[in-house]
Design a protein around this ligand. Structure first.
Ligand code: PBG
Length: 342
């Protein structure tokens, strides 16, 4: 049977070309696709970042993050109850600190009754079974929006580390289960570990924002915690250059040597290669932070009818699993959990 088209591909049949290997065979039906599915997203993989604000019964929408709100502590407790019911293992809290409380050194982070610490106590009292992860970075508390103490235009590393470590101990005292420092100062992990141990908090874990890149994708978050108008300059002297992968490996290695229990890569989607590299290299618990800008991109495209928002959400979360993540910090957590448990 002579066919001119077959002649055009060299006269060989597809079976001759593939050696009878046909990868579509197992894709033919839903049951067979399920059978060979390699990676699975579970509710257990989700960590939900929530934004806190002062007051009672306050719920404030965040323009750049449709569907995400800042909530007062009483409502954060309700959200924690909802999350626990959905099976979400842990929350990560981020405060919008009142401008009058901010100063050059972010000293209010050391107030045991600041918004983060009060929220941790309230959540752990009402919903003890949910994990609470707190960030010990200074940016919500400084009047210049940087994650460190700013002197003469320089972010001063060692002084910042002392303050971050002291803040971590206070967060642990308030009941935080995991300290997740996002400031990228050198030596912070070791200093926090020492301070926690000295304070009797040997059981409090450290999730290092080991590779946090100087990214444009944090924009909506800065609106959420009210630092966008404050930030002078950029964070390139302490966050990683998006061009650097070998340096990311060195950061992760250093943080593990200093005592990090878990590593995080942030942002997520543009850095899946880093996740895979770190997982292969160290085989420790790996997390990704699907940051505000990643969330908002999907929401914005979906709101315009350009993509199917729900499918894009689930596909992006599964991508983190495939890249080697054990868990994902995502603003989609409750929405994804609902789909996963339906
Ligand atoms: C700063 C911090 C950032 C985020 C959380 N903590 C980045 C920044 O403002 O520079 C970003 C989270 C997000 O975008 O969702 N310590």
């Amino acid at each position: 049977k002579h066919s001119p088209l077959k002649a055009a591909i060299g006269g060989r049949s597809v079976d001759e070309i593939t050696g009878s290997r046909r990868l579509r065979r197992m894709r033919k039906a839903d049951w067979s696709r399920r059978l060979v599915q390699e990676n699975h997203l579970k509710v257990d993989d989700l960590i939900w970042p929530i934004f806190l604000v002062d007051g009672v019964n306050v719920r404030e929408p965040i323009d750049a993050m449709p569907g995400v709100e800042r909530v007062s502590i009483d409502l954060a407790v309700k959200e924690a109850e909802r999350a626990a019911k959905l099976g979400i293992p842990a929350l990560a809290t981020f405060p919008r600190v009142d401008g009058a409380r901010k100063d050059l050194t972010g000293s209010h982070i050391l107030d045991p009754d600041n918004l983060i610490n009060r929220a941790t106590r309230a959540i752990k009292e009402a919903v003890p079974q949910i994990g609470v992860i707190t960030d010990a970075a200074l940016d919500p508390f400084t009047d210049h929006g940087h994650d460190g103490i700013l002197r003469n235009g320089v972010i001063v590393n060692d002084e910042t580390v002392e303050q971050v470590a002291a803040a971590a101990v206070m967060q642990a005292a308030a009941g935080a289960d995991i300290i997740a420092p996002s400031d990228m100062m050198d030596g912070r992990i070791g200093a926090i570990r020492d301070a926690l141990d000295a304070g009797g908090f040997q059981d409090v874990a450290i999730m290092s924002y080991a590779t946090k890149f100087a990214s444009a994708f944090y924009g909506p978050y800065r609106e959420a915690i009210g630092t966008s108008g404050l930030l002078k300059g950029d964070k390139k002297t302490y966050y990683l250059d998006p061009a650097n992968a070998a340096e990311a490996l060195r950061e992760a290695e250093q943080d593990l040597a200093e005592g990090a229990d878990m590593l995080m890569v942030k942002p997520g989607l543009p850095y899946l290669d880093i996740i895979r590299t770190l997982k292969n290299e160290f085989n420790v618990p790996m997390f990704a932070y699907q940051v505000s800008g990643e969330y908002s991109m999907i929401k914005a495209a979906a709101a315009n009818g350009w993509i199917d928002g729900e499918r894009a959400m689930m596909e992006s979360l599964l991508g983190f699993k495939r890249a080697g993540c054990d868990g994902i910090l995502t603003y989609f957590a409750p929405q994804a959990a609902k789909l996963l448990t339906a």
